[in-house]
Ligand binder design. Structure first.
Ligand SMILES: [Zn+2]
Length: 343
């Protein structure tokens, strides 16, 4: 396995952590699991029928529906819309982008030209300035191509039941790669900087930018009456992807998140989080990673050496970091930020 591959395996393992205890009802559609986390508020995750990659949030108001995040492809976005129709026939009028990443924003074309799209001004910038050439997106395309190529190779050596299982996987990933052809980047129609509140239709929806973290424009969508917050990827059950992150600022941003009054976190990946101590766990990790990388950099180590030497094993119990070393891409990003190469 390559280092990136290992990192992704660890990432997906790390986000398969605690389930919530607050859910009321689960509705299963053809493509989604909709967890009703408050009356008329549904936490949506894909059921594996097609590749969605990320979670979404559905907020019903008196006369319309607000959606947070649109999944990874227009096909996945359409599947989300069809799942929404199972729980309500009200029109979807508003989409909020938690951040610019492909797996949360590339389903947006499915929602058509008349929808209002709210995003941070950084998200607007990223989705208007050459989004197709953006590094995180491009490496995802390569990763999915590799997944298909890998399965094709394994199938030639497999037999019987294993072959049938691999064939199913191959069709799933081929369908996803085909679905990428339809991607067309759609930026927000309304941008915001710090805070915006929607009051329409018997529901208060607060949208907060709490500082840079997973990207330069992460938004938290907070429902004060329902005491729930959708955090995108700035707060997952485990360590987030750090390739576009601002690790040195992340702990402060999470301190801002803690100032909101909620009982349940709905992350961009993985199950809902009722154990709010997990904020402390990741907050401490990002602070410790920052300190460790700064220490190694000032001792003269290259990013590669620092990634190999970084010791964060004090996070074994909380985040499963039981080996020496840190993700190279993350460390390189931190070096580039310190050196002023990245912005
Ligand atoms: Zn992301």
């Amino acid at each position: 396995m390559t280092a990136l591959h290992k990192y992704l395996v660890a990432l997906f393992a790390s986000i398969l952590v605690p389930a919530s205890g607050l859910s009321q009802e689960v509705i299963n559609t053809d493509t989604h699991r909709l967890e009703e986390v408050a009356e008329g508020v549904y936490f949506a995750s894909g059921n594996g029928a097609l590749y969605t990659m990320s979670n979404a949030l559905i907020i019903e108001r008196d006369n319309d529906v607000v959606v947070v995040d649109s999944h990874i492809t227009p096909a996945a976005g359409r599947a989300l819309m069809n799942s929404i129709e199972v729980v309500t026939d009200k029109p979807i009028t508003t989409l909020i982008n938690s951040h610019f990443h492909y797996d949360h924003a590339n389903g947006t074309p499915a929602f058509g030209p008349n929808i209002q799209i709210i995003g941070h001004e950084y998200t607007y910038k990223k989705l208007t300035e050459e989004p197709a050439n953006e590094q995180t997106y491009r490496s995802s395309l390569l990763r999915f191509d590799n997944t298909v190529a890998n399965l094709e190779e394994r199938i030639t050596n497999a037999n019987g039941g294993e072959r049938a299982e691999l064939q199913t996987q191959l069709e799933f990933w081929r369908a996803h790669v085909r679905a990428q052809d339809e991607i067309d980047f759609v930026p927000p129609t309304v941008s915001m900087s710090d805070v915006m509140t929607l009051f329409r239709g018997g529901r208060e929806i607060q949208i907060h930018f709490l500082g840079r973290a997973h990207t330069g424009g992460d938004l938290a969508v907070f429902l004060p009456q329902e005491r729930i917050v959708f955090t995108g990827d700035m707060m997952l059950g485990g360590i987030s992807y750090l390739g576009d992150g601002y690790v040195a600022e992340w702990a402060d941003t999470l301190q801002g998140l803690k100032q909101l009054d909620f009982d349940l976190i709905l992350p961009g990946h993985g199950p809902s989080i009722a154990d709010l101590n997990r904020i402390d766990y990741v907050q401490t990790y990002y602070a410790d990673l920052t300190e460790e990388v700064r220490r190694l950099k000032s001792a003269g180590y290259s990013a590669e050496e620092a990634a190999a030497r970084a010791d964060l094993r004090q996070h074994a119990d909380t985040l499963g970091v039981d080996q020496l070393g840190a993700n190279l891409q993350a460390v390189q990003r931190m070096y580039d930020l310190i050196d002023g190469i990245a912005e």
